[in-house]
Design a protein around this ligand. Structure first.
Ligand code: PLP
Length: 401
């Protein structure tokens, strides 16, 4: 008998499992709105032109070798990533108070940051929004932190529960870590306004809480890299400390290249050097050092004016297509006279709409219309096209009437 005979079958990942179910469905009208990846109008994945050109340059450069990178990755990639998120004129960068390490996309950056905090920070509690990206809970718990939640979403308004958020962070223990989605909150699509961000910042600083930003969608939400980074930049501008996990999965379409960065903004340059030395001790036994290819693509694009400009145009086009899908879906429901207020579809931001549909309605839409999404009613607007909007609108209409 196998020594593993006692191993029980694990459940599918609640998000990635949606695609597994979708792939098994033979229906020609099936629609996958579970996946958090951009699709074209034709429903196809896309490689950006800026990425193709950068890869071309890399392949043709015969001086490039496949040696191991340093534990912290490509130095230039790290510098350019910090600039991208904190701003080219960031005082913290100029004062050498930021340490940045290349990590395995957003997830790996969160995990390295979580483990560093578990080893070297005095407070174990990390407060994550309710709800949040499901993986946050597991990433931080396995990092050795104690995961708690703060109120975030109000189902009644399908908007922000700002009062609840302030109350919960206000009663968190001094020093607690607070996970904040930098923009395009997943799964709700609900972000604080800049005025609300300012109140959150004041509360966090007055209670000496430690902000940890998850930036998985910079530029993907509004179409502007600067606008989407604004909340983080106002936190950095007050001179206080913070962490930020960056992902290039969505905004450069580099999903499977697993390229991201963890930056820790410290009070002094001296602290930043010591923090980096400890980040290396977290990384070395975990995966030794990061892969070359994705970070080389990113560095090639970020250092080159023309490629950078081409990227920002392509990024804006992706964001705009998603925004236009919101309008089309909203209009289609209006046209059908679907009961209820659906204005949250156009008010929410980023890749996802938190429809408000319940698990039963989702199951109905999957069963009767072959539409796949997570059971919390989250749909990926990026998986939608002008052609498929009517089918989705029909399904939603049938599910709620
Ligand atoms: N954080 C949030 C909020 C996300 O939605 C995602 C991806 O869906 C990630 C982090 C991490 O993605 P990746 O590890 O592919 O960069």
């Amino acid at each position: 008998d196998s020594v593993f005979a006692h191993v029980v079958q694990a459940p599918e990942d609640p998000i990635l499992g949606v695609t597994v179910a979708y792939l098994k469905d033979p229906s020609p009208i099936k629609l996958n709105l579970g996946v958090g990846a951009y699709r074209t109008e034709e429903g196809k994945p896309v490689v950006l032109n800026a990425v193709r050109k950068a890869e071309h340059q890399l392949v043709n450069d015969v001086s490039r070798v496949k040696e191991y990178l340093p534990i912290v990755g490509i130095a230039e990639f790290n510098k350019l990533s910090a600039k991208l998120i904190l701003g080219a004129d960031s005082p913290a960068i100029q004062q050498n108070r930021v340490t940045t390490v290349q990590c395995l996309s957003g997830t790996g950056s969160l995990r390295v940051g979580g483990e560093f905090l578990a080893r070297h920070y005095h407070e174990r509690s990390i407060y994550i929004p309710q709800p949040t990206w499901g993986n946050h809970i597991k990433v931080f718990a396995l990092s050795g932190l104690t995961v708690k939640t703060y109120r975030y979403y109000d189902p009644a308004t399908r908007g922000l529960n700002f009062q609840g958020l302030l109350e919960d962070l206000g009663s968190a223990p001094s020093g607690a870590i607070v996970l904040l989605h930098a923009c395009a909150h997943n799964p709700t699509g609900v972000d604080p306004t800049l005025e609300q961000w300012e109140q959150i910042r004041q509360l966090i600083r007055s209670k000496a809480l430690l902000p940890f930003f998850d930036s998985a969608y910079q530029g993907f939400a509004s179409g502007s890299l600067d606008a989407d980074a604004q909340p983080i930049r106002t936190f950095a501008a007050d001179g206080g400390e913070l962490l930020v996990a960056q992902s290039y999965a969505k905004n450069m379409g580099l999903y499977g290249e697993r390229v991201g960065a963890l930056s820790i903004v410290c009070k002094t340059a001296d602290v930043a050097v010591r923090v980096e030395s400890q980040l290396k001790l977290v990384i070395r036994p975990m995966y030794s050092n990061p892969p070359i290819h994705g970070a080389s693509i990113v560095a090639t694009i970020l250092r080159d004016r023309n490629l950078y400009d081409e990227w920002t145009v392509e990024l804006k086009a992706m964001a705009d297509r998603i925004i236009s899908m919101r309008q089309q879906l909203f209009d289609a429901l209006q046209a059908r006279g679907t009961p209820g207020d659906w204005s949250h579809i156009i008010k929410q931001i980023g890749m996802f709409t938190f429809t408000g549909l319940n698990a039963e309605q989702v199951a109905f839409m999957t069963g009767e219309y072959h539409i796949y999404m997570t059971s919390d009613g989250r749909i990926s607007m990026a998986g939608l096209s002008t052609k498929t909007v009517p089918h989705l609108a029909d399904a939603i209409h049938a599910a709620v009437t």
